[in-house]
Design a protein around this ligand. Structure first.
Ligand code: MGD
Ligand code: MGD
Ligand code: SF4
Ligand code: MO
Length: 810
């Protein structure tokens, strides 16, 4: 083993051809100008070159040092990258590069990067065992992957293999899932359970898209619960950082609930330390004060939420008109009417309908939060009651309830106050319930989907040109209650929690037991069932395929995970480095660095990078190779294409990718030969933009953008119908069905208390935290045949007519 443990001699590398320019690159990186005193990192290199920004070329591409994938420019001189900067022509990153992004140059030239396939020679696995890595040829590496995958599946069926990926290379993960599905019929996947679990579901339910944020441009008051969005982290970090900082300087008031004074806490106007895991109590107390003080948007609650729904006090279930198949509201004239025919719905009250005692959903909500006085929550959270009162009043007053604003000729509700949240509340038990309590505050003040309020990143898209609607989406409406559905992250394909809950069969078909978690986001149950297959009646996987991830650390219990990993017959890893998980890998195939590869449509359709909103156009940016890959290591696209080609599965693999990327037939690449990445990029771009904007155009220009219309930034700006839930009747439906199914199958599931209140404890729907399947296809292995219903005609008036099972008037 060499000094760095990788059979790569550091000395050999540094003395090599890239050293002089590498030194120059580091100097350039640290100072931005030639030979600034005191920052000379290049002194160890044998030869020092002055940095000349005019030399060589500046190549537009995409950063992958984190999943934000900011648009950058790489300064390449004599075939060596000497500096990375933000690309000011792109809204993705707004021309900024963060410290980590600038350090990408160090990853590119890091001698410890793996660039050749290796196999383990020590059969013993463990954190204290040297795997004894031995370099092997690419041929052998592909054969090892192919034979172990194939044999496991032939022996034990499609569930014998589990694919794992997360967010480090998100489109690569989509390709990984597609390839394993198309080539091997692999049907299992796993991901981490401590990312957006809880948050994304609430964001889908409230904004029709899986990522939401304060509408910073217009917002004057932001409360953050457990997130450093725009100060250090989160989705579209470099887009948000400047915008948020400017708005704070202009007087935006920033309140942060966080046990720890992190990046947000230290910049906030008011940092509110809170006992970890207790945020729901604080949020419910804020709701209590808002209601007490009359600081609620009654009009919004009546017309854009299901709060007026009539609820059977006995069963907790919403009343539906049997013939119309729609939920019932009480009209001002004292007659119950379907939600869409009710002229003046009563937000509050107790009624009797056909002999059934009922209350409105809002009344039940109000009764529920009555208990959460500021004083009561103080005992739970440690946050002083007076602080909660102050924040609630500030929030309610900042919301400008009743006011409107005109944007691009459209008059819209103006609610410049928003409650935002992420990791700090999603990574606790009952994450969904905490998020539920927290995000409902936006409904109370009418800021959900309003100008200045809490808005989805990309709630709707009319296409990337004026006359090509190929890339478009708009959430449908769940007719029985008029609730908005969603379009998934990444690819913008339609999804429906309501359909899953009301219509699906809950019988689990995989180790993830996804059918029993209809609101689930990530496939993470594997880490429980793999260790207890008998308990859950699941089939353990035999081979694990880990792409661009470090799964040992996903669940916080390294030692237990180590035991699980030891139990796989064979573990395949694709990475750029050895990490904790690789102590358990049998074979590692390197992927080249992001600066050494090209990827089609790096930001997918509507992913985490584009925060949306007026002023942020639809931006399509290039990800292109800026230097040749060291040792010829492939990209994930090339690697999976090779596997598909060797297996004779080109048509299946390419067919699936065509669906995902909405490739038009006239631009499709040949299906009977190995996928060529840049040719595929061409078909994707031409299909979704136009003939002119092919990959060659992007290589030269880097970025294409298209202005965002007002109805693409604000969900209801075109007058569309649609509501969001305040009373979560569907949770009760799911609870009943999950309970019945686990009882039938003898699956241990922890029952929760059975309250029927909207913010109560309906957590039997989930065993852990509520975890999704097709929302995040990047982490979901795909079946080998195209998924029915995934490919739909783009339209902005799509709606669904479905009958809930609970249409009876009860
Ligand atoms: N620059 C950059 N941006 C990124 C990423 C990256 O690697 N780099 N990664 C991306 C990914 S995958 C994710 S998931 C996001 C994460 O983005 P964020 O959600 O903003 O992540 P954190 O900085 O972990 O923020 C969590 C905060 O919650 C606090 N916290 C912990 N427990 C509690 C609690 O009980 N209550 C409250 N109120 N707060 C609590 C913690 O102290 C911490 O300050 O960032 C994404 N954006
Ligand atoms: N302890 C701990 N656990 C956590 C979190 C945490 O903050 N701390 N965060 C949670 C969250 S929010 C998330 S999203 C997950 C993230 O979990 P992962 O996605 O597993 O993220 P990382 O641990 O960053 O591991 C990424 C791996 O991908 C490799 N890699 C990076 N770029 C590339 C590439 O271009 N190609 C390939 N093939 N490999 C690449 C890196 O070398 C690294 O080994 O972790 C979750 N678990
Ligand atoms: S925030 Fe942007 S520049 Fe920084 S590492 Fe992430 S993708 Fe790169
Ligand atoms: Mo994450």
């Amino acid at each position: 083993m060499s000094e760095n443990g990788l059979n790569i001699s550091r000395r050999g590398f540094v003395a090599g051809a890239g050293a002089a320019a590498l030194g120059a690159g580091l100097a350039g990186c640290s100072s931005g100008t030639a030979e600034k005193e005191g920052t000379d990192l290049a002194s160890t290199s044998p030869e020092k070159t002055a940095y000349d920004p005019e030399a060589g070329e500046w190549i537009p591409t995409t950063c992958n040092m984190c999943f934000n994938n900011c648009s950058i420019k790489a300064h390449v001189v004599d075939g060596v990258v000497v500096e990375l900067t933000g690309n000011p022509e792109s809204s993705i990153g707004n021309g900024h590069i963060c410290g980590k992004g600038a350090a990408g140059i160090m990853m590119l030239y890091d001698p410890n990067r793996i660039t050749k396939p290796m196999k383990r020679t020590n059969p013993k696995k463990g954190f204290n065992e040297d795997p004894g890595w031995e370099e092997i040829s690419w041929d052998e590496a592909y054969d090892l992957v192919d034979s172990h995958m194939r044999e496991a599946i032939e022996r034990s069926g499609p569930h014998a293999v589990i694919g794992m990926s997360m967010v480090a290379s998100q489109i690569g993960s989509l390709v990984r899932g597609s390839a394993l599905g198309a080539i091997y019929g692999s049907a299992e996947g796993a991901s981490s359970d401590i990312c957006g679990t809880g948050v994304h579901q609430m964001e889908y339910l409230l904004t029709g898209t899986g990522n939401a944020r304060p509408d910073y441009k217009y917002c004057n008051y932001v409360i953050q619960f457990g997130t450093n969005a725009g100060t250090a982290t989160r989705h579209g970090f470099n887009m948000t950082a400047e915008l948020f900082a400017n708005r704070r300087a202009e007087g935006l008031r920033h309140v942060v609930f966080d046990p720890h004074m992190g990046a947000s806490g230290e910049k906030a106007d008011l940092w509110v330390p809170i006992r970890p895991g207790t945020d729901a109590a604080a949020a419910l107390a804020i709701a209590n004060v808002l209601i007490e003080e009359g600081l609620i948007d009654v009009e919004f609650l009546k017309t854009r939420t299901n709060a007026p729904s009539l609820v059977n006090v006995e069963t907790g279930r919403i009343l539906f008109d049997e013939t119309a198949g729609k939920s019932l509201y009480m009209d001002a004239d004292g007659t119950p009417k379907t939600y869409d025919k009710c002229a003046d719905p009563q937000l509050e009250g107790s009624f009797e309908v056909n002999g059934v005692a009922c209350k409105t959903g809002f009344t039940l909500y109000k009764e529920r939060v009555a208990k959460y006085t500021p004083e009561y929550q103080e005992e739970i959270t440690t946050v002083p009651a007076a602080t909660i009162r102050q924040i609630a009043k500030e929030l309610g007053e900042a919301a400008h309830i009743g006011e409107t604003i005109e944007i691009d000729g459209v008059t819209l509700p103006y609610r410049p106050a928003a409650v935002d949240a992420f990791s700090g509340i999603t990574r606790h038990k009952h994450a969904f319930h905490i998020c539920w309590a927290v995000f409902t505050l936006n409904n109370l003040i009418g800021s959900t989907n309003s100008v200045g309020g809490f808005c989805g990143f990309d709630p709707a898209c009319n296409g990337w040109t004026d006359d090509n609607p190929n890339m478009s989406w708009h959430p449908a409406v769940w007719e029985p209650e008029g609730l908005i559905e969603y379009d998934g992250l990444l690819l913008g394909f339609p999804g429906s929690y309501y359909q899953k809950i009301y219509e699906s069969d809950y019988t689990p078909t995989s180790m993830n037991l996804m059918e029993l978690q209809p609101l689930s986001e990530d496939k993470h149950f594997v880490h429980v069932s793999q260790a207890n297959p008998d308990l859950y009646h699941t089939q353990p996987a035999e081979v694990a395929f880990c792409y661009a991830c470090n799964p040992i650390k996903w669940w916080g219990n390294y030692d237990e995970q180590a035991e699980i990993f030891k139990n796989y017959n064979y573990v395949i890893g694709i990475d750029m480095y050895l990490n904790e998980s690789s102590y358990f890998y049998d074979v590692i195939l390197p992927e080249c660095c992001y600066l050494e590869r090209s990827e089609p449509l790096p930001h997918a359709a509507n992913n985490h990078r584009m925060i949306g909103g007026m002023g942020n156009p639809w931006t399509i940016a290039v990800w292109q190779k800026v230097v040749e890959p060291r040792d010829g290591a492939p990209s994930s696209w090339e690697l999976f294409s090779e596997l598909a080609d060797r297996a004779g599965k080109n048509a299946e693999f390419i067919g699936l990718l065509n669906k995902f990327f909405r490739v038009k037939e006239e631009y499709a690449v040949p299906m009977d030969q190995k996928l060529e990445v840049e040719a595929f990029a061409d078909s994707v771009l031409k299909s979704n933009i136009d003939e002119e904007h092919d990959f060659a155009w992007f290589k030269e220009h880097g970025v294409y953008d298209h202005p965002r219309d007002v109805d693409e930034a604000y969900l209801w700006a075109n007058g569309d119908a649609g509501r969001v839930p305040m009373y979560f009747d569907f949770m009760l439906e799911a609870k009943e069905k999950v309970e019945a199914k686990v009882a039938e199958l003898g699956i241990p599931w922890r029952p929760m208390t059975t309250r029927r209140c909207p913010t109560g404890s309906l957590a039997a729907v989930t065993r852990w935290s509520i975890p999704t399947s097709t929302l995040f296809p990047c982490i979901t292995p795909m079946p080998s045949t195209p998924i029915p219903g995934l490919w739909r005609t783009p339209t902005s008036t799509r709606s669904t007519k479905r009958t809930p099972t609970a249409t009876r008037l009860r």
